[in-house]
Write a protein that binds this ligand. Structure first.
Ligand code: IMP
Ligand code: MG
Length: 183
């Protein structure tokens, strides 16, 4: 932890902040999806920490599934269309799908993903993102549920990575620019 901390400029959300944000989202979702056929679709790998906490705050019966798509690789900019690395196991027909994502940035990833998943005839499809960077949006995507808006800075922790590292930090912090400018 100590050497990872050297790469963090500032802490944006503490463990406690994150717990409160996720609990609030869970309550909202539990209210809105009453009587529906909820399927939580976690986008790997960034959303795993959020997903595992969020599902415990959903008080309705629901199912979960996972999908992995590529967007960033090791850099900090989105490149265009997503590529499916791991597809869902569940056939979406008849489900009220809620995509669980770590952060909505340019929106390129979720835009293509929404297009793709919509062709599979879900009953409904919506987006729940832990973080939203609205200033950075390039694609026409809006989060139906957003935990918090974040400034245009590269953040890590609580599942979010830089070059696959820092996902295990229990808080969310801004990465020092020199960490990614070195590479
Ligand atoms: P988008 O296609 O630009 O919206 O990119 C979304 C994906 O980029 C997210 O699922 C994250 O994996 C990654 N991403 C965007 N911003 C950040 C950040 O500040 N920290 C870590 N990952 C990020
Ligand atoms: Mg990522």
């Amino acid at each position: 932890m100590s050497n990872m901390m050297n790469d963090i400029e500032s802490v944006l959300f503490s463990k406690e902040d994150l717990e409160a944000i996720v609990a609030r989202l869970g309550e909202q979702i539990s209210r809105d999806y009453e009587g529906k056929n909820l399927l939580l679709v976690s986008i790997l790998k960034g959303s795993i920490v959020f997903m595992s906490e969020l599902m415990r705050h959903v008080t309705l019966p629901c199912e979960i599934d996972f999908m992995a798509v590529s967007s960033y690789g090791s850099s900090t900019e989105s490149k265009g269309k997503v590529k499916i690395i791991k597809d869902l196991d569940i056939n979406l027909e008849g489900y009220d799908v809620l995509i669980v994502e770590d952060i909505l940035d340019s929106g390129v990833t979720l835009f293509s993903l929404m297009e793709l998943l919509s062709t599979r005839n879900p009953k409904s499809i919506r987006i729940c993102t832990l973080f939203d960077k609205p200033e950075r949006r390039r694609a026409a995507v809006k989060a139906d549920y957003a935990g918090a808006e974040v400034p245009d800075a590269f953040i890590v922790g609580y599942g979010l990575d830089y070059a696959e590292k820092y996902r295990n930090l229990p808080f969310v912090g801004v990465l020092k620019p020199e960490v990614y400018e070195e590479n």
